[in-house]
Write a protein that binds this ligand. Sequence first.
Ligand code: CTP
Length: 398
Amino acid sequence: MLSGKHVLLIISGGIAAFKSLDLIRRLRDEGVSVTPVLTHAAEEFVTPLSVSALAARKVYRDIFDLTDEAEMGHIELSRAADLVVVAPATADLMAKMATGLANDLASTLLLATDKRVLIAPAMNVRMWQHPATQRNIATLAGDGVLFVGPDEGEMACGEFGPGRMAETPQIIAAIDAALSAGPLAGRHVLVTSGPTHEPIDPVRYIANRSSGAQGAAIARAAAALGADVTFVTGPATVPPPAGVRVVQVETATQMMTAVEDALPADVMIAAAAVADWRVDNAAGSKIKKTKGAALPKLSFVENPDILAKVSQMGKGRPELVIGFAAETDDLVAHATDKRQRKGCDWILANDVSPETGIMGGTENAVVLITDAGAETWPMMEKSKVADRLARKIADRLG
Ligand code: CTP
């Protein structure tokens, strides 16, 4: 249902900008209010006057327009809408988005927004196929940006191939889908992610190579389906996604407490690489290297198994508890055994042998183990694994 929704429409400078006039008109016919933003390049293709006349609203054009800042700051402008739409999205604006540049009004709004962003790319086919653009597309998809198009066909520049902006009805359908309540709306999904750091003394710790990429992708995918997501993360190198409640922790013990505090939840996904042990005799001050003295001896104590604890908690247990199994051999056998031992419903098993490049990499190959057996998924981007898992969760919860 589009009526009554508010879209912030960013028009960047490409020949397809003329189509955005039709988009504004059709959106208004559907009862959507449209706040237009034009980049300077877009003004070469459409005039601020025609855009403002069709939108029946002021057009925002410049970050340094002090009148605008007095009326509505750029932060507020980026958040007042239900959805941010970029149509057309040029290769240049996509590159800015992928690197987080904020050097004009459009890119600043895109960096400051806490709303979902849908882009309709439009560019020459070679520009679309260039490895740099393809890298940016993968980055943006990983950040949760939604895409509509581009279409394939004859282009204004005379070439043929993908790069033509999607047609208005297609963009409107994508806006409708982005604004409708997803299948996980009203569900609380708890995700643990990243490594843990277990202190040896105040300056040293024991850690592992987890980047937190898969956990962040899962949190983003669940949020994209409308879930209310709590993201409990250790010190990861990949930042948490937008639109989720983030709880930063350092140690396994802190992660356990944060998970207990976040419950109840409908679903828990334990994607964290939790240290199995912590140093029992961690020093309160930095251990000094004293000449001739004996080398320090670390003794260990077992950390709480967060996944097992939540799986076996009885009353208040999430309806669906999902774990990961990081293995280097006998993947399915070890993971099947782990599922039994921990008591979780599903296990996503992955081979983390160094030659797979999975740990710290962008792709993952998983085997999903449920009570129905093992289902092998092909190697795919971690964001795709996350999308597939989120959809499977939504199907299971009904
Ligand atoms: N996990 C957890 N708390 C721990 C250890 C692991 O919640 N203290 C969770 C992980 O988030 C993951 C799953 O348990 O979902 C499997 O972790 P893994 O390290 O692969 O298994 P282990 O329990 O360490 O078993 P093993 O050492 O035998 O491989």
